[in-house]
Design a protein around this ligand. Structure first.
Ligand code: G6P
Length: 372
């Protein structure tokens, strides 16, 4: 087993370090000689894909957060409404699904029973199903109309890391493919976005190389009893994923919130010393997202929170209100989840390790849940 871990302390640590490659491999072979996107493993008639009027993403756990991230990108690029739903909720609420619905099932294992049952239900209603799957030859791709494989390689640690980043990547490629097919974007715009994606492995590597500061912060916080996570736009699902990692690995109460929701409730939880992670969007974004999140940091800091801020290189506006800053390279906001998630993974792993817990096999959890 030591050899399989490639010299790392745990499979999780290895898989965190595998992420640049996992994202890079998921992007391989997606364009033809003219730079147009091609998805060989997509076997749905193009006319059907052009007529889609709604996308529903179904998934469980971490894969569902990848779906939440993808919603922002796909709606923005394709102008198709996207819903994201937990697979086990989807099926039991009589969802509005028909021949014009494209269901995207996201699953690392391809075996999650809740997701499989939702796929079956969607197809019975006439929807087409594309699955985004990491495990070749698993059940869900066999029962889907088409499959887009993530090429993250086997993920052994129960808590998902490299599969998550690969799922976001694959869902983005699918979104760009649909935008190309439906004429929502010019080929040169798509080529630019693909170039941005292809540049992400290098930037993910940079974030991993800065991991030691995250680890030492985590070790100093091993007695924390609750940690909150705030984000806005794509930073919101990142915050939820950061909270999930901490629950799964360190058995600490953790919750992710939309930063704008703070004043509608969660701010009541803030008191002296409460640790709060905040994912700060790019200051170069078009709208005022960035300044709104910076005011949120100010508000919670004024109420005693210990602020752990994930911000872009060069974003000096956060310095005055941050107790700790985890810097990430500059990227457009939609690309930021591929970077901002990484310090949160490392934080949860290091804190759990400091508590003496087994990060690869957390209590009560299974890698793949094959019962409903
Ligand atoms: C289990 C795992 C999670 C995973 C979820 C969905 O609960 O513990 O880490 O996110 O299943 O798994 P899937 O294989 O469908 O992505």
């Amino acid at each position: 087993a030591a050899a399989e871990k490639g010299g790392f302390e745990s499979f999780m640590d290895k898989e965190i370090h595998d992420q640049p490659q996992a994202v890079g491999d998921t992007l391989l072979g997606r364009t033809d000689v003219d730079g147009r996107l091609i998805l060989d493993d997509l076997k749905i008639d193009e006319a059907v894909l052009r007529s889609v009027d709604k996308i529903v993403v179904i998934a469980c756990g971490t894969a569902a957060y990848a779906g939440h991230v993808a919603k922002y990108a796909i709606e923005h690029w394709c102008r198709i409404p996207v819903e994201v739903e937990l697979a086990h909720e989807f099926r039991y609420r009589d969802p509005v699904v028909n021949e014009k619905t494209l269901v995207v099932a996201i699953t690392q294992s391809g075996e999650t029973m809740d997701t499989l049952m939702a796929v079956r239900h969607a197809r019975e209603q006439g929807a087409k199903v594309i699955s985004i799957v990491n495990t070749n030859g698993s059940t869900i791709p066999r029962e889907s109309d088409a499959v887009l494989y993530t090429h993250a390689g086997p993920e052994i640690a129960v808590a998902s890391t490299k599969a998550f980043l690969s799922q976001i990547t694959a869902a983005y490629v699918l979104g760009l493919y649909l935008a190309q097919l439906r004429g929502n974007k010019f080929p040169d715009e798509i080529a630019l976005l693909m170039d941005e994606l292809r540049d992400m492995p290098r930037k993910i590597q940079t974030v991993i190389e800065r991991g030691e500061y995250v680890r030492s912060t985590a070790r100093s916080m091993k007695d924390a009893s609750s940690v909150l996570f705030l984000g806005r736009h794509v930073g919101f699902p990142v915050a939820m994923e950061g909270a999930l990692k901490l629950k799964e690995l360190a058995y600490i109460h953790a919750e992710g919130f939309a930063a704008g929701e703070l004043k509608h409730g969660p701010i009541a939880l803030i008191d002296e010393g409460q640790p709060v992670f905040v994912v700060v969007p790019s200051p170069r974004g078009r709208d005022s997202l960035h300044s709104k999140v910076v005011s949120n940091i100010q508000e919670i800091r004024a109420r005693g929170a210990r602020t752990l801020v994930i911000a872009e290189d060069g974003d000096d506006s956060v310095k005055a209100f941050a107790d700790e800053i985890f810097w990430i390279p500059q990227v457009p906001t939609l690309m930021q989840p591929l970077l901002a998630t990484v310090p949160l993974q490392i934080f949860a792993m290091a804190l759990a390790t400091a508590k003496g817990l087994d990060v690869d096999q957390p209590r009560n959890l299974a890698k793949s849940v094959t019962v409903e």
